[in-house]
Design a protein around this ligand. Structure first.
Ligand code: IMP
Ligand code: MG
Length: 181
C-alpha cells in the first residue's frame, strides 16, 4: 500500500495508513463511550451512506456502549467536487423523537450535506444531535456546526479510500489516498 494508484483518469498517493485510521477509530470510540456510558437511553447512531460505511462499521465494533444503528443515504458530490444540491436517496423512517442521535460521517468538506440533514433531523425533535466525522477539510468548510468527535483535520485536497470514492470507485481501499496533482 505504498504505491501510487490509478482510478479512472486520476492518480492517488498513500495519505493515511490503515494503522493510523484504526488507532484513531479506537480513540473516537473511547471518547463516545466515556460520554454515553451513564446515559439511561440507548444512543442512535445514524450512518450516512455511502461514504461512511467502513468508518461506521469499525467504530461500532469498538464501542462498548449499547447502541442502535440506522442508515440514511445522502448524495452531494459529483466527481471530485462538492455540490450544494443534496439529495436524500434513502430516507430515515424511524422515530427519532427524544433520542440521543449521533451522526456518523466519513468526511465534512463544505458542510452542505450535514447541515442539510441536521435541519431535517431537528424537525423530528431528537433529544440531542452529535456529530462524529473521521475527516474534516477545514479550509473548505462553509457552515458553522461543530464536530463533536473528529478524527483527522486535512488539507483541502481530494481523497479516496476507506469508504470515500471517486466516481463510485476506491471505496474498498483499506487506507486513504490523496489526489496527485
Ligand atoms: P460536503 O457536503 O461538501 O461537506 O461533502 C460531504 C460529502 O462529500 C461527504 O460525505 C463525502 O461523501 C463527499 N466528499 C467530500 N470530500 C470528499 C473527498 O475528498 N473524497 C471523496 N468524497 C468526498
Ligand atoms: Mg459521505
Amino acid at each position: 500500500m505504498n504505491d501510487v494508484i490509478s482510478i479512472l483518469d486520476l492518480k492517488f498517493k498513500p495519505y493515511i495508513s490503515e494503522d493510523k485510521i484504526s488507532a484513531m477509530v479506537k480513540e473516537l470510540a473511547r471518547k463516545i463511550d466515556e460520554d454515553y456510558r451513564d446515559k439511561e437511553s440507548v444512543p442512535l447512531f445514524l450512518c450516512i451512506l455511502n461514504g461512511s460505511f467502513m468508518f461506521c462499521s469499525d467504530l461500532l465494533k469498538q464501542l462498548k456502549t449499547p447502541s442502535q444503528i440506522e442508515f440514511v443515504r445522502l448524495k452531494s458530490y459529483m466527481g471530485t467536487q462538492s455540490t450544494e444540491n443534496v439529495q436524500m436517496l434513502i430516507d430515515l423512517n424511524i422515530n427519532v423523537k427524544n433520542r440521543d442521535v449521533i451522526l456518523i460521517e466519513d468526511i465534512v468538506d463544505t458542510g452542505h450535506t450535514l447541515s442539510y440533514f441536521i435541519e431535517i433531523l431537528r424537525d423530528m425533535n431528537p433529544r440531542s444531535i452529535k456529530i462524529a466525522s473521521l475527516i474534516f477539510k477545514k479550509e473548505a468548510f462553509r457552515k458553522n456546526f461543530s464536530i463533536d468527535y473528529l478524527g483527522f483535520e486535512i488539507e483541502n485536497k481530494f481523497i479516496v479510500g476507506y469508504g470515500l470514492d471517486y466516481n463510485e470507485l476506491g471505496r474498498n481501499l483499506p487506507a486513504i489516498f490523496q489526489l496527485v496533482d
